[in-house]
Ligand binder design. Sequence first.
Ligand SMILES: O=C(O)[C@@H](CO)OP(=O)(O)O
Length: 252
Amino acid sequence: MADAPYKLILLRHGESEWNAKNLFTGWVDVNLTGKGEEEAIRGGELLREAGLLPNVVHTSLLKRAIRSANLALDAADRAWIPVHRAWRLNERHYGALQGKDKAATLAEFGEEQFMTWRRSYDTPPPVLEDGAEWSQSDDPRYAHLPSEVRPRTECLKDVVIRMLPYWYDNIVPDLLAGRVVLVAAHGNSLRALVKHLDGVSDADIVGLNIPTGIPLLYELDTDFQPVNPGGTYLDPEAAKSAIEAVKNQGKK
Ligand SMILES: O=C(O)[C@@H](CO)OP(=O)(O)O
């Protein structure tokens, strides 16, 4: 196997209250469910069992990722490591779909439009106007962001564009310093990172889904190319069925 000096672990937060209710979430700051807390703890136990002990953690500004990181690190006895939080790791802003029921949206707009909004690479949902219900326009955690940088909707391409500066400026330096890095984030911000790491095409990323709470290990060579393309889920069996469940959301 090629030399792989860098270890990067991706962890999507555990099930959130709005995952359980089947609502589009995006930047709405919903909490974990009890099941989600258990998933995060299990994620930490998987890290410990695999001897993968992070030296630093990067999360978003959303509590479902922050709390998942804390629970997982507690379970791995690594609650003490440095943490960095960044809006650039936030979930994709879901625009005017935030707060809407996925099944009702599918029924109202049909499969093609629904999947275009959910998974197309470059078509964002309609804009969520400032001040609307579920808008983050008055949220103090984004007060430092100039208006033109603050998303009101995003497609995955927009997420790649806003996430990559954080990858190069903040995560890569930690890897270069020899740290095992945990990134605790979201379904779509992690899809953006996986797209970059694996060089997934715009067409193929449509079919890629990331399950909640199961650590995904990337071993990277000196050019930051994965020697295990696609990464390695620490619980591959659980990942398989959980990926199907994410894929089929809305269809019930
Ligand atoms: O609602 C959301 O923000 C995301 C993640 O839960 O959903 P989806 O998988 O439909 O992009």
